[in-house]
Design a protein around this ligand. Sequence first.
Ligand code: AKG
Ligand code: MN
Length: 206
Amino acid sequence: MAAISLFDDFPLNTTVNLLPKDGEVLLYNNLFSELESKQLMECLLKKIDWRQDNITLFGRTVAQPRLTAWYGDLVKPYTYSGLTMKPQPWTEDLLFIKDKIEPIAGVRYTSVLLNLYRNGQDSMGWHSDDEPELGKNPTISSVSFGAERTFKLKHKKEKSLSQSVLLTNGSHLLMKGETQHYWMHAIPKTKKPMQPRINLTFRVIG
Ligand SMILES: O=C(O)CCC(=O)C(=O)O
Ligand SMILES: [Mn+2]
């Protein structure tokens, strides 16, 4: 019988909660094959209507350190860090990704926020995905293509609790339960030379 190595990639649909308490964060590596990931990365880079918005934080207006886009069901606009975003209609590529993650997440997503990190200087600051439109205990799927970046989590109350997850090309990270209530997450800047990375966070807007 073949030995099972703990160091192999987890097979599809094998999940381990990466949080010690107060929420669930599950990682599915290689949900998309290398070829699918390469093709999706190229198509999304080309076809998504990327923009760099300004954002006002603590009264100061600055350009967001990444490009973003917002797609989804053509329902209500969504307010995110003071920006009201009007979604563009789903594209074929986005529906392909959505169809693949929904059976794992067990929800039907109504929208997706896309982030393009052009290099290691692009980043996402500490936050929780806790906008009122997302409701209590939202399920959020985060799909990554391109360069591997470190995703950090820290507990809001217990300062000693933190977690680091490498988000690889073709991976699916699922956040659910009380995660957004108790934890914050971020993609820090890095000085290492970094190729572009695209991240898609699928959300249910109520
Ligand atoms: O790029 C990532 O992995 C995180 C994105 C994120 O947290 C968000 O869009 O709210
Ligand atoms: Mn987030």
